[in-house]
Design a protein around this ligand. Structure first.
Ligand SMILES: *Cc1c(COP(=O)(O)O)cnc(C)c1O
Length: 374
């Protein structure tokens, strides 16, 4: 990349991610829960993964096989989890590079077994249970139990490691004492039938953490797959209303440069049709106002509603693929063209910004203080 390039820049604060990791690990470990660090939200950034692993997270997890493969070289000692069901063409590499995969289809499980035989390897699987969010997993309990018994009794190389569930993704369903207790009941039923304990009962993601704060997590849940709360740390505070003074929600900051400042009307002039992406936005006429354009756009962050201006009085007006428009009317700061503005963000922007080749990354390094947790 051009070495004279400065912005847009994503500043990743490793100290803060380390603090979040320590806090969440303490909380989970007190409750006998292991953490699978889900790294897809930072495009498996190695500096961040280092912090999560040195901080003590128990597994490396991603939905993207490519990320697990590239991390496996460096972290060969750490068990990893593929948290999206494998595609057929991935089977060979899954057996070669992945320790645990999430599954819900018997055909795929049989292909995994066949490949294990070829590579003379074992592979652990977690069967997924759909508790109502309607993304992946067995919806029918009897079918799930049949498959669990089939794996246990008929497959030599594929090992039934446990069961898990995914919530608050497609159907926006909240993890609750009720739905996770049902997961635990299913686990107990399987355990009774196979006469042994399952190793892992994985009770969801960041959105299951409120049950821990509220002391409502069913005792049998012993794993969570956490991404957002470790790497961004904002949802629990801003969406769920938890006052977590030990957690940081400003782990990542986007910095972008101002390339225009002008006073302009707020209501477009002429016959209105569609914006750059075929949408029909609603415009509010607020009269003439001072605004700036920054050299960063949807191609980098996708959703401007998930960016949060850190300068007081600055509001996001809108964006197109390469431009971000902000209102400066109420800002007391005398911004000039060439100045840099900072933005906090929600998870979606972290996911996109870390995968954009147009955004530079800068790391705020880990302090010695934090090395003691390594
Ligand atoms: C992305 C993902 C997670 C992590 O979710 P967060 O909200 O980032 O904690 C966990 N499990 C599965 C199956 C996922 O796809």
């Amino acid at each position: 990349m051009d070495t004279t390039k400065k912005y847009p820049l994503l500043e990743i604060n490793l100290n803060k991610i380390s603090d979040n990791t320590k806090y969440l690990l303490d909380l989970c470990n007190e409750n006998n829960i292991s953490i699978s660090a889900v790294v897809k939200g930072v495009n498996a950034d190695e500096e961040v993964v280092d912090v999560l692993i040195e901080g003590g997270c128990n597994y490396i997890a991603s939905s993207r096989l490519e990320q697990l493969i590239s991390l496996k070289k460096k972290y060969s000692h750490k068990e990893n989890m593929l948290i999206r069901m494998p595609m057929k063409h991935e089977i060979k590499e899954v057996i070669k590079y992945v320790d645990i995969s999430l599954n819900s289809e018997i055909q795929t499980i049989n292909l995994l077994e066949k490949e294990c035989k070829k590579q003379r390897k074992e592979h652990k699987i977690l069967l997924m249970v759909d508790l109502g969010d309607l993304r992946e997993g067995f919806f029918d309990k009897e079918e799930l139990i049949d498959i669990a018994l089939y794996i246990e009794n008929n497959l030599e190389h594929v090992k039934l490691y446990g069961i898990g569930t995914n919530l608050s993704c497609y159907g926006s369903i909240k993890p609750s004492q009720k739905n996770l207790s049902y997961l635990c009941e299913i686990a107990e039923e399987i355990e009774e039938k196979i006469s042994r304990k399952l190793d892992m009962i994985s009770g969801g993601s960041t959105t299951s953490l409120p049950l821990l704060f509220d002391d409502k997590m069913p005792g049998k849940i012993n794993n969570l797959r956490i991404g957002e709360a470790l790497i961004v740390g904002r949802d629990l505070i801003d969406y769920w209303g938890y006052d977590l003074n030990k957690m940081h929600k400003d782990t990542m900051i986007l910095k972008a440069e101002i390339i225009e400042i002008k006073e302009k009307p707020t209501y477009p002039i002429g016959e209105m049709f569609l914006d750059a992406f075929g949408n029909k936005p609603i415009y509010e006429d607020r009269g003439i106002r001072k605004r700036a354009i920054l050299a960063v756009g949807k191609q980098d962050f996708v959703n401007d509603r998930d960016l949060l201006p850190l300068d007081e009085g600055v509001e996001i007006v809108g964006s197109s693929s390469d431009h971000l428009i902000v209102d400066l009317q109420n800002s007391k700061k005398d911004f000039q063209v060439g100045d840099v503005m900072s933005f906090g963000m929600f998870y979606s922007c972290a996911l996109y910004l870390t995968s954009s080749k147009y955004v530079l990354k800068k790391y705020v390094e880990l302090k010695e203080l934090h090395k003691e947790y390594a």
